[in-house]
Write a protein that binds this ligand. Sequence first.
Ligand SMILES: Nc1nc2c(ncn2[C@@H]2O[C@H](COP(=O)(O)OP(=O)(O)O)[C@@H](O)[C@H]2O)c(=O)[nH]1
Ligand SMILES: Nc1ncnc2c1ncn2[C@@H]1O[C@H](COP(=O)(O)OP(=O)(O)O)[C@@H](O)[C@H]1O
Length: 183
Amino acid sequence: MTGRSIVLTGPSGVGKGTLLKALLARRPELYLSVSATTRSPREGEIDGVHYYFYSRDRFEAEIAAGALLEWAEFAGNYYGTPIAPVQAQLDLGRSVILEIELAGARQVAQIFPTALRIFILPPDLQTLEMRIRDRGTDSPEAILRRLEQAKVEIAARDEFDHQIVNDDFQTALEELDSLVTSA
Ligand SMILES: Nc1nc2c(ncn2[C@@H]2O[C@H](COP(=O)(O)OP(=O)(O)O)[C@@H](O)[C@H]2O)c(=O)[nH]1
Ligand SMILES: Nc1ncnc2c1ncn2[C@@H]1O[C@H](COP(=O)(O)OP(=O)(O)O)[C@@H](O)[C@H]1O
């Protein structure tokens, strides 16, 4: 039996990472794909755990080798999903979660038409901006690029099977848990 692929998308700073960390703590049977990126590591981020941190040359070589399931450019950096671990986990019957931006989510819809696609929304744009700023991980320029991109992503929310508003954290977590576990 093959596992289910689950795509989680939503604007930067909406709380995807925080929700997934809490979900994985409850549901260790789920596999969270570790992406590759050319962005610099943030404080506390570990290579191979939070991301695989690649140079642009290395990333482009991985694209050329067909080693990425999907990839996209976001706010000036490459991001992509290494295909081998995802395929291995699906073959073991494990459900795999991809936390990826909109262009990648569209590619995955073509590759895995039965993927469960979930979009996380902020209560409003002001709250989103506050969350990105308060997180304290991004330069002012990076924050601006993320906020611009957020509007584009939110406009595409209807392409997804389900939408969750991450206002109250526990409520959003319960909604995500029930969607993922009933998948
Ligand atoms: N297409 C694609 N997007 C990714 C991948 N990994 C992460 N992303 C997305 O890239 C965007 C930027 O991620 P990141 O730099 O970690 O910033 P953050 O979302 O503000 O924490 C987010 O929308 C992520 O969901 C991937 O493998 N492929
Ligand atoms: N429901 C929520 N209410 C208030 N703050 C939240 C909520 N969910 C997440 N946050 C905070 O918002 C910031 C961005 O969350 P993060 O998980 O890094 O977002 P993303 O992975 O979508 O970029 C973090 O500081 C996080 O603690």
